[in-house]
Design a protein around this ligand. Structure first.
Ligand SMILES: Cc1cc2nc3c(=O)[nH]c(=O)nc-3n(C[C@H](O)[C@H](O)[C@H](O)COP(=O)(O)OP(=O)(O)OC[C@H]3O[C@@H](n4cnc5c(N)ncnc54)[C@H](O)[C@@H]3O)c2cc1C
Length: 393
């Protein structure tokens, strides 16, 4: 079976769904496919912090009404070290904020708005590869929900298919990227308990890093630094609470039943290329960051905002210039976010073989951030998100 559309989007994550929403608003048709079921997409727990620009895009374009009502505005975070908390006040330093609103809620809103608009969303469809990537009529080869072979021919194919992207191969070759890995990971838990703090606590302790974060009045998300090969089942609940408590001295955590645990490995990756003729990569397919700076989903949104304008110019005005400029324009923000995510990670985590010198230097680094208005402002500006570029320059 051969289908045709203007933009074939592989992946119904934040990048793919938002792109189809924004394209629809400028009158461009698309088909979105995803190998998972709608229920799986809507229930997978991932990111939770939305930059101010992300919230504005979601609310102002009608992608999500709930982000402003069900999301929680956070006007600061706490950096804790030496057992003492230091608040970074976003309002005071940059006049901006972030919102705590889980990624799967964003996806529920996007899917609901796409379905209401009569959008072509195909769950259970798995892309195998892209053919004729060098031509002006690339095709996605896929299997549908019943396992039948299908092809989607499009003016443009967008790989929004996450860190294990199959579309990436058509753009860069099998791997093709700048890459670094870290000697630690995050052990994440979800528990049934009231919040232990009003804002997120990023804690650098002699035992390693911990992040105390919130989800809802009755469910909390917390992480602690662990070995990348840690076995999630190797710890009892009591051990997990002991580890977490020891890493946030000065705060008594509200404990509750732990109902989900996972290990999140840390990688930084940027694809060498984001575009080959009419095949383009966005979001995690093009880059991944360690989660410390909360940049992953926000960066996907920034790519999509930029790409929408490039595709509008190409498909409605027959002007390819903005698409030519897209990879370089997107890379500016991507590398700033890579630096911020790496910096927060290296400043807050304990290197497994850290010397006494390194430990003391790290505390000196944290002090120079929290005790200086310029330092606090630098962190707040990056955390709340640099202004979104809407036109490709
Ligand atoms: C466990 C976990 C926790 C995270 N926590 C944070 C966090 O706290 N803060 C943060 O900023 N970021 C976090 N991230 C990263 C953030 O979730 C991602 O950056 C974000 O989801 C990127 O969106 P995306 O749309 O580019 O890709 P994804 O959300 O990965 O979506 C890709 C979609 O493509 C589909 N797909 C993949 N291959 C195919 C195929 N061959 N055919 C069809 N469909 C396909 C997948 O099913 C998926 O739905 C986390 C990621 C993980 C895995």
């Amino acid at each position: 079976m051969l289908e045709r559309t203007r933009v074939a989007i592989v992946g119904a994550g934040p990048a793919g769904l938002l792109l189809s929403h924004l394209l629809d608003k400028v009158g461009i048709d698309s088909i979105v496919i995803d190998s998972r079921t709608r229920e799986q997409v809507e229930t997978t727990i991932r990111a939770g912090i939305l930059e101010q620009g992300t919230v504005e895009v979601l609310s102002e374009t009608g992608a999500s009404d709930r982000v402003l009502t069900a999301g929680h505005k956070h006007e600061g975070i706490e950096l804790r070290f030496g057992g003492v908390g230091h608040r970074i006040d976003f309002t005071d330093t940059v006049g901006r904020a972030v919102w705590l609103y889980p990624q799967h809620e964003v996806l529920k809103d996007l899917i609901a708005s796409r379905v209401a608009a009569g959008q072509d969303l195909r769950f259970g469809w798995t892309a195998q590869r892209v053919e004729e990537a060098g031509s002006d009529r690339p095709r996605v080869l896929a299997s549908d929900a019943e396992g039948n072979q299908v092809e989607i021919a499009a003016d443009v194919v967008v790989g929004a298919d996450g860190s294990r992207s199959v579309v990436r191969e058509a753009v860069t070759g099998t791997f093709g990227g700048y890459f670094t890995e870290y000697p630690f990971a995050w052990f994440g838990i979800l528990c049934e308990a009231p919040p232990s703090a009003e804002e997120l606590i990023y804690s650098n302790s002699p035992h390693g890093f911990a992040l105390i974060s919130q989800r809802s009045p009755g469910v909390q998300r917390m992480y602690f630094q662990c070995d990348p090969d840690a076995d999630v089942e190797a710890y009892s609940e009591a051990q997990l609470w002991e580890i977490l408590q020891s890493r946030v001295p000065g705060t008594t955590l509200n404990e509750g039943r732990i109902f989900q645990r996972d290990v999140l490995r840390f990688r930084s990756f940027v694809a060498h290329e984001m575009r080959r003729n009419r095949v383009v990569l966005v979001g995690d397919a093009a880059h991944t960051v360690p989660p410390t700076g909360a940049k992953g989903m926000n960066l996907a949104v920034a790519d999509v905002v930029l790409l929408t304008e490039a595709l509008r110019a190409l498909l409605l005005d027959n002007d390819e210039t903005p698409l030519d400029a897209f990879p370089e324009a997107a890379a500016k923000r991507i590398w700033k976010a890579q630096h911020f995510s790496w910096w927060m990670t290296s400043m807050l985590h304990l290197q497994p073989a850290a010397s006494d010198f390194e430990r003391r230097r790290q505390i000196g680094e944290l002090r120079s951030v929290v005790e200086s208005r310029a330092g606090r402002t630098f962190l707040a500006e990056a955390y709340t998100g640099w202004p979104l570029e809407t036109g490709v320059k």
